[in-house]
Design a protein around this ligand. Structure first.
Ligand code: SF4
Ligand code: MG
Length: 340
């Protein structure tokens, strides 16, 4: 299958400016630094990593809500970075983004109706009044909210309802791809499941493709077909959700997994405990070589500090960016203490 969207060696670097008086660039934040991945039509891709790893910037860069520094974005066969004006607006309508709290940006005196109409207007879809009203009713109906929600205000809704409104706003535009940045992280666990189930239903109903961004591995585990793990601007591992959770291969993924509590206290936890030493280095000054080498319990001199590992396919659909992934998997390398 041809992917619906593919990025190749995508980079988003932000200039760091010195004081206002001498506004010059003194360095860069390498927020996204060479990521390649592809998402098939109808697939859900879960992108996970700690805050600051670049996953949100990748989501925005994909939609050109921030302008990438380099690399390619191919959406439905078209090079998105080459599009201008009206063509870009059309492409953007097909690629919608939803956020953690979709109503937080809203003026408290602005109604849901005006939020949704705003979305349609931005894409020239709010011309005919009857047509607009029908679109909004249908969108709300799809997310399980009554048409009466239109005349209400942000404070009148619960967290789960607010996210439903965010989804309705995106749906009203008839997108193919939805990038959801932490769509359920602000919600209680029971509500999280409801919203994720709704998203799955809508995916089937509307033939949607999802990129779901989350810092919490548990959130994407069941909804994602494929999961990618980011660390300091790079993709370090990618596999089907089953493979990734059953047999993570990258030391960073192993560490993330070992931090997730085992759900059943009666089941013996045989996983290795991997505690990450030290803090996430600054994306303005990432370590040379493997970016994880300052915290990796398996780091080897001198290769890990010298050479940035490429993402290699080690089993079908399972890509890992680690020089020693095979040796670690085979138990041939011992983990060592890392000085923080
Ligand atoms: Fe650790 Fe080296 Fe693998 Fe990086 S390349 S994850 S430092 S073993
Ligand atoms: Mg984020």
């Amino acid at each position: 299958d041809a992917p619906l969207i593919e990025i190749r060696d995508l980079k988003v670097h932000f200039p760091i400016k010195s004081g206002m008086l001498f506004d010059r660039t003194v360095g860069y934040v390498y927020a996204v630094d060479g990521v390649s991945l592809a998402i098939r039509a109808g697939e859900t891709y879960g992108l996970v990593g700690e805050s600051g790893c670049g996953k949100s910037t990748l989501g925005r860069g994909l939609l050109r809500l921030v302008e990438p520094t380099d690399g390619e974005i191919i959406f439905d066969g078209t090079d998105v970075r080459a599009l201008k004006g009206e063509e870009m607006r059309l492409a953007r309508r097909r690629m919608q983004m939803i956020f953690q709290d979709p109503l937080s940006s809203l003026d408290p005196r602005q109604s849901v109706q005006s939020l949704l109409v705003e979305g349609l207007k931005a894409h020239g879809l709010a011309g005919d009044k009857a047509e607009t009203a029908k679109r909004l009713r249908e969108a709300l109906d799809s997310v399980g909210l009554p048409a009466s929600a239109l005349s209400k205000y942000p404070h009148e809704f619960s967290g789960g309802q607010r996210q439903r409104i965010g989804i309705a706003r995106a749906l009203a535009l008839g997108p193919d791809l939805i990038v959801a940045d932490e769509p359920v992280s602000a919600l209680d666990v029971s509500i999280q499941a409801q919203v994720l189930n709704l998203m799955e239903d809508l995916q089937t109903e509307h033939g949607l493709t999802y990129l779901i961004i989350a810092h919490d591995l548990a959130v994407v585990r069941h909804i994602a077909d494929t999961v990618g793990v980011m660390y300091l601007g790079g993709l370090v591992e990618e596999a089907s959700s089953d493979d990734l959770y059953r047999a993570p291969m990258h030391p960073y993924t192993k560490a993330l997994m070992s931090a997730v509590p085992v759900p059943d206290p009666l089941v013996e936890d045989r996983r290795e405990r991997i505690l990450l030493a030290g803090d996430l280095p600054s994306p303005a000054n990432p370590p040379a070589g493997c970016r994880f080498h300052t915290r990796c319990p398996w780091a080897q001199p001198t290769r890990c500090g010298d050479e940035r590992p490429a993402l290699r396919e080690l089993a079908t659909g399972h890509r890992v960016a680690c020089h020693f992934a095979e040796e670690i998997a085979a138990g041939k390398l011992r983990a060592h203490e890392v000085e923080p």
